[in-house]
Design a protein around this ligand. Structure first.
Ligand code: C2E
Ligand code: CA
Ligand code: CA
Ligand code: CA
Length: 282
């Protein structure tokens, strides 16, 4: 007989693993000293997942998703080290390493005639650091990179825990002309009034709703009301986790502007992006 979830939780907890809300098992966490060494040696690498504008079918940008290609462990995914970085004061260094490599990659693509906006995942921890906006901008200026080529993604759930603290920093980033996106939208239960006061220009619908909407009425109505809110506030709406043609058609019908997901492409190494864009749509 199949294991019930609580038995499974106990079983995994004994092995030092944790079960996430959505039922996915997180991998063993990377030890802090190994992460420190990997960041110092600049071994972490962003991979890039294309974002497609539904109306024009054009590639409008990419999301940078960090990986650690470790010589001993093979490819290590962010779930195994982002929490470690956040808990040990390493997330700022990690973010800057990703921004640095992404800025270099963008310049490299530009030389091949390819201009792509890059979305960077920013931890909420950075939104309590008043020096963060200045430091990002001066870093980019030093490397002659324009902030309008970057988008910053912040997850909704943690943002809604405290809106007052981060607001000042979000406004500063917006003034520096970064575009701002709310990630995993639908998981944080924000309302129209809260969103109106925040300087975001895009929401990314969480993939659990995008995928759940096929069978689940609650996910579907949540998706509909999210789109409704975003439209009222004149924000771009992106669907993440679009895995099938049916997913694409459903979110298109709901009024989404952009899609991202395995149906279009998995995240790719930066060097593979120009050829991929060249071949899109297949
Ligand atoms: P996220 O920002 O919500 O990113 C989307 C995740 O879904 C990525 O996992 C991506 O590879 C995966 N994905 C994309 N399309 C599909 C699809 O069609 N189906 C399914 N099932 N999955 C899809 P990944 O790369 O493992 O990243 C996991 C999370 O780690 C990210 O979730 C983000 O919260 C965090 N993360 C990744 N890179 C960074 C970073 O540079 N900095 C910070 N602070 N967090 C990062
Ligand atoms: Ca993201
Ligand atoms: Ca997301
Ligand atoms: Ca997500």
């Amino acid at each position: 007989k199949p294991l019930k979830v609580d038995e499974l939780t106990v079983l995994l907890a004994k092995r030092g693993k944790v079960l996430r809300k959505n039922g996915h098992v997180t991998p063993d966490l990377v030890p802090v000293d190994e992460l420190v060494a990997a960041i110092e040696a600049e071994e972490l690498e962003p991979w890039y997942q294309p974002k497609i504008d539904i109306a024009s079918k054009r590639v409008v940008g990419v999301e940078a998703l960090v990986r650690w290609p470790s010589k001993e462990k093979g490819m290590v995914f962010p779930d195994a080290f982002i929490p470690v970085a956040e808990e040990n004061g390493l997330i700022d260094a990690l973010t800057f390493l990703v921004i640095k490599k992404a800025a270099d990659m963008q310049a490299h693509w530009q030389k091949q005639g390819l201009s792509l906006k890059i979305a960077i995942n920013v931890s909420m921890d950075s939104l309590y650091d008043l020096t963060f906006p200045e430091r990002v901008v001066s870093y980019l200026e030093k490397h002659r990179v324009d902030p309008t080529g970057f988008q910053l993604e912040v997850t909704e759930s943690r943002l809604m825990d405290d809106l007052v603290g981060p607001l000042d920093i979000l406004l500063r980033l917006r003034l520096k002309r970064f575009s701002l996106s709310i990630d995993d939208f639908g998981t944080g239960h924000s309302n129209l009034t809260q969103l109106r006061d925040l300087p975001f220009d895009e929401i990314k619908l969480d993939r659990s709703f995008v995928q759940g909407a096929a069978e689940d009425e609650r996910a579907k109505s949540l998706l509909e009301s999210s789109v409704d809110i975003a439209k009222k506030l004149d924000m771009e709406i992106v669907s993440e986790g679009v895995e099938t043609l049916e997913d694409w058609q459903r979110v298109e019908m709901l009024g989404c502007d952009q899609v991202q997901g395995y149906f279009v492409s998995r995240p790719l190494p930066g060097d593979d992006i120009p050829a991929w864009v060249e071949g899109w749509p297949k």
